[in-house]
Design a protein around this ligand. Structure first.
Ligand code: IFM
Length: 440
């Protein structure tokens, strides 16, 4: 059971669940174009068992039942994403079937009283655009603006909120520096360009949507608390650098119109020419900001190449991902983001949750550890609200088990269990716990 109930939160506080297109829809259905994740997964060694999102949860055909679960659970809103490769298979030309699908999805949400919270891009870049350099190519800002206009030209009148790009750190760093996500590059120059272009594309889309009269526009940042592994100055510096390139870079660009000094020093030679002139677009005013939060990292210095640090294993209990459970970080990010960047702007927790090796037994999944995780993180949200931080909603990741990118279907984040053979859905104890809490 959740220790919190709806009435513990301010009037109008929204509870929701989040998913993303490639992770649940079934990318093979409905005429979607090839996406860079199809290519990445087809490259041996990139994804566990080379699994891809071709079928995923088959949400494409089962969305009505999935939305019934949200409604029956008492959720207020649903955070979903619109696949670029589905709407524009070649990255530039609209596929009417793709827009029709999101139109049906929107109406099905509204019919059930669910507020649609769209995220335009959650990582399935059309392969045709990846072939032209993807996030390394400055033209992506205009391409993304066109995509935003196409999608919101059709859906914009019915969205509760619209976010641009999910988790810029993952789009840029994880995918171009670490190489763990598509397109799987390990290239500092590609990284710096992607870091800047992802923000330029964000701002361009905001300007275009604002021009069309679409309202309640925001951005979603993933944040990981960065702590020194010991109390040496070197560990403190390692954590500060990590904090800069993981957390500060994107919010600083969007809300302050500048990048942290450490990163300008380290990456300045690799940013695209004229990057200093783009902040008028990057800082396009927003109506809200979202934070995706899961864990923290402990950083220690090392003698290797820049960024001269490595993460060490922490002592706290861990999820199936090996991520430490550290709810204090969510509280601290909410407080810090409002204090240093967003002020009175509404904040939303747009993702929070844990993967667990859930087992379906006698038609039930007893995910007590996940309920405990939610309990701890909802307490962190309440503590931030008590300090005056304007948090207006919380969205659990995820509605259902789905494609966890390079880790395939092995890591289960859902409040609803999915049998990936039969695709049968079974609400877990955590879904029942939310249903109970949201009715109280
Ligand atoms: O599954 C992902 C999601 O796509 C983005 N945020 C983190 C989740 C868990 O890793």
């Amino acid at each position: 059971m959740l220790e919190h109930k709806r009435s513990d939160f301010p009037e109008g506080f929204l509870f929701g669940a989040a998913t993303s297109a490639y992770q649940i829809e079934g990318h093979a259905f409905g005429g979607a174009g090839r996406a860079m994740w199809d290519d990445f997964a087809a490259t041996p060694g990139n994804v566990v068992r080379a699994e891809d999102g071709a079928r995923a949860c088959d949400h494409y055909h089962r969305f009505a039942d999935d939305f019934d679960l949200l409604k029956d659970g008492g959720f207020d809103c649903y955070r979903f994403s619109t696949s670029w490769a589905r709407v524009m298979p070649d990255g530039r030309t609209v596929n009417p079937d793709g827009l029709d699908f999101y139109d049906r999805l929107t109406d099905a949400m509204l019919e059930r009283g669910l507020k649609p919270c769209a995220t335009l891009y959650h990582w399935e870049l059309p392969s045709a655009l990846a072939d032209q350099g993807g996030w390394r190519n400055r033209d992506i800002a205009g391409w993304f603006g066109d995509f935003a206009e196409a999608v919101m030209g059709r859906l914009g009148d019915r969205m509760f909120s619209v976010a641009t790009i999910n988790e810029p750190w993952c789009v840029a760093w994880l995918s171009h520096f670490v190489g763990a996500h598509a397109p799987g590059l390990r290239d500092i120059r590609a990284t710096a360009r992607a870091m800047h272009h992802v923000l330029l594309a964000h701002g361009t889309a905001i300007e275009r949507m604002r021009g069309m009269g679409v309202g309640n526009l925001g951005a979603v940042f993933n944040m990981e608390w960065a702590a020194p592994a010991d109390d040496t100055p070197e560990a403190a510096e390692a954590a500060a650098l990590y904090d800069d390139y993981y957390n500060h870079f994107y919010v600083s660009g969007v809300f302050k119109g500048r990048y942290p000094d450490r990163l300008v020093t380290a990456l300045g030679d690799h940013f695209p020419i004229g990057w200093q002139d783009d902040f008028a677009t990057i800082t396009a005013p927003l109506d809200w900001a979202g934070i995706n939060y899961y864990t923290r990292s402990l950083l220690a210095p090392n003698d290797g190449a820049w960024p001269h640090h490595h993460a060490v294993e922490g002592p706290l209990p861990k999820t199936q991902m090996g991520w430490e459970i550290y709810p204090q970080g969510l509280h601290d990010f909410l407080v810090r983001t409002a204090r240093d960047y967003t002020g009175d702007l509404p904040l939303f927790v747009t993702e929070n949750g844990m993967s667990n090796a859930d087992v379906l037994r006698d038609g039930r999944v007893d995910d007590a550890v996940r309920i405990d995780y939610f309990n701890q993180h909802l307490a962190a949200v309440r503590a931030a609200i008590a300090k005056g931080v304007p948090v207006q909603g919380y969205m659990a990741w995820s509605l259902m088990d789905n494609y966890e990118w390079a880790l395939g279907y092995e890591k289960r984040f859902g409040m609803v269990h999915v049998d990936f053979e039969t695709l049968k859905r079974t609400p877990k104890a955590s879904w029942h716990a939310f249903r109970d809490a949201l009715a109280r």
